[in-house]
Design a protein around this ligand. Structure first.
Ligand code: MV4
Length: 501
């Protein structure tokens, strides 16, 4: 059984994983780069190891350094989190060789699903629907023309070593095919060291819906239902929710069974996610499989009632799943907003810096997975995600209302954040209707980026000053008026006449 676990990651996911380890009585080991010395995961862990310079390529991505820290600490398992080495088959293999349990699938599943052409062919063999397209790399330009004449434009050119939108090119008309093919091939070569590309029919206005999978080492495989991930900006998910408003019960079941078949096709064990694109008629097609825990896993945890990191560790320990598919159901509705240290008014430019004040929302149905604290300096070396705000409601309307309240309460000063942008999304009629797809942000940019009216701006400033001024007051003394029962905490709420931000 795992007694000591090294988390080969940083930021919110490292803290999140360590919290479950703490509950399971597992000793935690943190690795950190120079700039992460005072990061929360380092403070939280039982043991810490510096793995060198701040750039990921010199620290979190260096397999030898992670393995070295695991050996020095005597860790019997490594959790990779997401990103970094989480989908690196070589790393999974190295852990096996060193006798260290990798909290994730074996190298075969990672490499099969990591190569998108191999993944497509494996899915076709398993009877999983894929987008019409090629089953091998397109190298000859005449072949490309013949294929696209057969499929019909528009088509999508994709890099087999790509994923998550990297190395994709949309071809709207025949004349653009060859120039875009060459561009896609050279970009893939530069980005992935592999110029192999394939072609798919373009599914216009798709939904991006993914299914969570859990599979133990005895072949028991279940799905934990879907996550609607269509609110994306440049292939970066912004808001995720479950259940999806699009799916009927019948299609949900069919997609769940399909996701299970996809996982079984690669003898998957662990937590994984099958990504589909879905058209408005609920026709669904396999996109890719993520062989790791996803950033948005908490909304599934809340609606299904499972701790996915705990399940991952139990699976790595060789335990069977303690439930069957028929035991699982969705309760209520959960939404996640990703909070980034980015400036929405400056094209989401990353805004590292020192956190001056943090006031987090609390109350029924609210969870925050984050890692920042007052005085912490957000480094510029890594993804600018600083926290995930997850809410739950009995209905989608309750969840949206709770998210709006939580975003309103969530105050972070000293840096720019995407909170105001997220509030606009929650106010957007198309989002509220639930009838949105992956073009949502583009289709609603006038509403989402509308400049607040002068008086609204004035109110925002008043609210911020009130909050910051109030906070500095509070640091000195807590003022409350017992008789009227009104505490100073209302100071930045409605009662002081400050309206919603
Ligand atoms: C597609 C597609 C439409 N047709 N493939 C692939 C990577 C994934 N993150 C997004 N991908 C897509 N693949 C075909 N044949 C639509 C998407 C897609 C998308 C594409 C461009 C811009 C934003 C997008 C958001 C979600 C899905």
């Amino acid at each position: 059984m795992i007694k000591k676990l090294l988390v080969a990651n940083r930021g919110e996911i490292a803290v999140r994983i360590m919290r479950t380890c703490e509950e399971m009585g597992i000793t935690t080991v943190a690795v950190y780069s120079d700039v992460d010395r005072s990061s929360m995961h380092v403070r939280y862990a039982d043991e810490v190891y510096c793995i060198g310079p701040s750039p990921s390529s010199e620290s979190y991505l260096v397999i030898d350094k992670i393995i070295d820290a695991a050996k020095k600490s005597g860790a019997d398992a490594i959790h990779p989190g997401y990103g970094f080495l989480s989908e690196n088959a070589e790393f999974s293999e190295r852990c096996q060789k060193e006798g260290i349990l990798f909290i994730g699938p074996d190298p075969y599943a990672i490499s099969t699903m990591g190569d998108k052409i191999t993944a497509r062919n494996t899915m076709i063999k398993a009877g999983v629907p894929v987008v019409p397209g090629t089953t091998q790399a397109v190298t000859d330009e005449n072949d490309a023309i013949e294929i696209v004449n057969k499929i019909g434009v528009p088509v999508m050119i994709k890099a087999t070593a790509g994923g998550g939108g990297k190395g994709m090119r949309l071809v709207k008309k025949m004349d653009d095919l060859l120039p875009l093919l060459r561009t896609a091939q050279s970009e893939a070569k530069a980005a992935f060291g592999n110029d192999a590309v394939y072609i798919e029919k373009y599914i216009a206005s798709p939904h991006h819906i993914e299914f969570q999978i859990l599979a133990d080492k005895m072949g028991n495989t279940v799905h934990l239902f879907e996550r609607e991930c269509s609110v994306q900006r440049r292939h970066q998910k912004v808001v995720e929710e479950t259940p999806s408003c699009l799916l009927s019960e019948e299609v949900r079941m069919k997609m769940g069974e399909t996701a299970v078949a996809a996982a079984k096709a690669v003898n998957y064990h662990g937590a994984g996610t099958i990504e589909f694109i879905v058209d408005d008629d609920q026709n669904f097609y396999f996109l890719e499989m993520n062989t790791r825990l996803q950033v948005e896993h908490p909304i599934t945890e809340r609606v299904v009632g499972l701790d996915l990191v705990k399940e991952q560790i139990n699976i790595a320990n060789g335990l069977p799943l303690s439930f069957k598919q028929e035991d699982l159901k969705q309760t209520g509705h959960s939404i996640q907003c990703r909070i980034y240290a980015e400036d929405p008014d400056k094209n989401f430019m990353p805004c590292p810096g020192i956190i001056r004040h943090v006031r987090e929302p609390h109350g029924f149905g609210i969870r925050i997975d984050g890692y920042v604290y007052e005085g912490f300096e957000i480094p510029l070396y890594y993804d600018p995600l600083i926290a995930k705000l997850i809410v739950w409601g009995q209905t989608r309307e309750d969840a949206i209302s709770r998210m709006k309240r939580a975003l309103y309460e969530y105050k972070i000063t000293g840096i720019k954040t995407s909170i105001s942008f997220l509030e606009r999304i929650m106010d957007a009629p198309e989002f509220i209707s639930g009838k949105y797809n992956t073009h949502f942000i583009e289709n609603n940019k006038d509403f989402l980026f509308e400049k607040p009216a002068e008086d609204e701006l004035h109110r925002d400033i008043v609210a911020m000053i009130t909050f910051v001024d109030y906070k500095s007051q509070l640091d000195k003394t807590y003022i409350s008026d017992e008789k009227s029962g009104i505490s100073e905490w209302k100071a930045y709420g409605r009662s002081s006449g400050v309206s919603r931000l």
